[in-house]
Ligand binder design. Sequence first.
Ligand SMILES: Cc1cc2nc3c(=O)[nH]c(=O)nc-3n(C[C@H](O)[C@H](O)[C@H](O)COP(=O)(O)OP(=O)(O)OC[C@H]3O[C@@H](n4cnc5c(N)ncnc54)[C@H](O)[C@@H]3O)c2cc1C
Length: 349
Amino acid sequence: MIKNHYHTIIIGAGPAGLACALTLLQQGVDDLLVAEKFTFPRDKCCAGYITRKTEKEYRRFGLDPADCGYSLIKDFRLYFKRKQRQKINNKFLFTSREINRVALDDAFFRLAKARGVCIAENMPITGHDPETNTVILGKTYRIGYDNLVFADGTMGFGSACQRVKRRNLAMQLLFPSDRPDGIEIHFGITGRGYCWVSTFNGVTNVGMTDEYREAKDYKSLFAGFLKDLGLDAELSGLYAAFTPIGVRTPVIGKNIFFVGDALGACDPFTLSGVRNGLASGEKAALAIAAADPRILERYARALRVKFFLIRLLMNLFYIPWIRWLVFNVGCRFLSGAVTFFFNRFLNKK
Ligand SMILES: Cc1cc2nc3c(=O)[nH]c(=O)nc-3n(C[C@H](O)[C@H](O)[C@H](O)COP(=O)(O)OP(=O)(O)OC[C@H]3O[C@@H](n4cnc5c(N)ncnc54)[C@H](O)[C@@H]3O)c2cc1C
């Protein structure tokens, strides 16, 4: 039964929205509603990789990703312009059996429900009036709120309130295959992004990311990459979604909050967004519980600095001669340092 007013309404039941809801409950705020446009388990265009640190974050919320079939695939290979440059013994990146996030998101959803979070499935937000502090859910319900949290992703309803429009495109295709288990990361296929080929448990996930340009024919680029790999997969199951570039305004007014991809809390280089989704959801909840928006604003400021540095690194990395040096000199003569960087630096993300 949906009420006509809540202390907090959260739009979206992804990691960011549910982390916010669970933290609010911990803080003693239980007059809350999570509105989700799909029914769980819902499909999600995401490779579902999580780092050791993200795994710990989930455990803090009471969910062990190992129970959703997450484990390490040790064989990690770096490619540049279709040639293998380095093999790494992966110690930081965990993968689900299906190489997607459906089971993990569903388990988090069930945990939140079991803890007493009120979640309305199949209930998209279709209207918002900040003047009267009301949202319209589905076709019928006009509901009032004291606080509203947009956790509805890069291109969700909340994105209309934000000015930042740059974004990354990420595509992926999953299919059964008999390739050996392993993760391949390919650079030099797209302009400012990378491709991946991950196989685990008889499933292969091929993905491609790039800074989005409207004029570019990504489907042909993807088909060409598959062909180069010698993979003859049906393209009808190809999924695509956007991830944000740049941290957006965290709080509008004093009571409209943005978390996860809706905040832009997704690494612009690796596109890893789950951990920042959990963290930003938690910060928004703390800000709401303490009636102090500065808690989320401070987090967003720190993230902006971090992403600025990452983009600086990225800009350096995408200078052609530097990339050439990384793969032809670094991977060949300093492979120990490259391995260390992968397993130590990325582990912290
Ligand atoms: C192809 C691809 C691969 C990726 N791989 C990885 C990876 O391996 N590891 C990683 O960490 N990150 C990865 N990411 C990024 C990651 O998916 C996002 O950063 C993460 O999902 C952000 O979580 P969120 O909770 O903010 O948003 P989401 O998980 O997108 O959740 C938003 C929720 O809001 C709901 N919603 C949207 N609009 C409405 C509405 N109007 N009303 C109600 N509900 C609504 C949606 O249905 C959804 O459930 C990948 C992204 C892509 C596109």
